[in-house]
Design a protein around this ligand. Sequence first.
Ligand SMILES: C[S@@+](CC[C@H](N)C(=O)[O-])C[C@H]1O[C@@H](n2cnc3c(N)ncnc32)[C@H](O)[C@@H]1O
Length: 451
Amino acid sequence: MQNSIQVPAALLESLAHLPYFETEPFLAVHAQAQAPVSIRLNPHKNYLLPDAAQPVAWCENGFYLPSRPVFTLDPLFHAGCYYVQEASSMFIDFLLKNLLETETPIRALDLCAAPGGKSTLLQAALPEGSLLVSNEVIKARSGILAENLSKWGASNTVVTSNDPSDFGRLTGWFDLLLVDAPCSGSGMFRKDTDAIAEWSEENVTLCSQRQQRILADVLPTLKENGLLIYATCSYSEAENEQIVDWLIDEFEMQPVTVPIPSEWGIVFTQTPKNQAGVYRFFPHLVRGEGLFVACLRKTQPEDEAQHRSRQKPAKLDTKLLRKWLSDEQLSFMPLQEAVLAVPADLEADIKCLADNFYLRKAGVRLGELTAKELIPAHELAVSTCLAEDCTRIDLTKEQAIAYLRRDNFELDTNVRGWAVVCYENVPLGWVKALPNRFNNYYPKEWRILMQ
Ligand SMILES: C[S@@+](CC[C@H](N)C(=O)[O-])C[C@H]1O[C@@H](n2cnc3c(N)ncnc32)[C@H](O)[C@@H]1O
């Protein structure tokens, strides 16, 4: 059979004994030119799906598209109306819906979070009022994570950029821990052919050792009875089943599973040593990429770290700030020259995080307060807490693309001052309209570069 993607023979050999793995169909899907295209909708923003979109069975907001549009040229992509995510990863939604037995707000940590696919999913799936901390240790990658969460628009997220071991400062703090670990990447061969060149048996071993280090470092931050979701996009047992067996052997962790319909094509299998139930996604069986997922509950008692913030309450002109916001229950926190809006119920937690971690983003950045006014931040424009009565200007698609490129374009309006420009009623960002021109405040680093 012709195999346009050269799947390494050593990998094929190592997978041959796995249940439901079949070399020929596996190679056949890798020979196909096109991987399925799927998006997950942002439930807090409006978006009209194309008629031909088909639901992803295991995710309420997930849909396959019939072909791949040029997402970069869709203003609603930049407005955070949806996230482009391969469908297997959306399975986390199904697990959360079935395993979070509570409507009570929880604290969740997405430890390896950039670029933010699973964080945006978690944000939409967690019980209302929950806190989501999205961490990315590599500082250069934390920017794209903060960008994607800013566009998602929710106020209950915090982006940190810390080493997993730093979370040892907050023992017994989180109810949910997602570790979507860095891995050898074989499950992404179809979408990322560079991963093939980087694949080797030695790298699988190195990844497996790193996964153990990351997990051992971060597990103290999980509460007793807290849930760990461990995922990789590798097919190798050393990074998957063997890690789960190691977690059960070395820590007080119990596997938890949810039954799945067989027609989904997801392989429910067991780890060799402890017979823990785990999920595998093979692209010849599901409409998605390769993925491994396991869920475990911590049975070990863990005292919750107690923290009293060193931060003093700030004196802020709250009346002025509230004018910019819809009536969510938000508190205000200064961060250098800027002011943040954070859910009032999460203020103490966010201050505790600010005292202990490097915060890349927290809540919604409202802007900078001068003596007389707020210079609004982009995050506020694309947030879900922007005041309804804020001045809005509707753009055509052509104008919207020009705005997102930071190009000059004609705007026929009598509006003066700060206004939020919208496409199909969804905010894209700020302009400041002056008598004979306007200034484009779209963030330079996010502008569309594609011609
Ligand atoms: C599989 S990716 C995460 C994808 C992300 N969860 C998503 O859904 O968009 C793994 C992430 O782990 C980060 N990473 C690399 N080395 C790490 C380490 N030693 N500890 C924690 N995270 C690490 C990588 O930078 C990468 O962003």
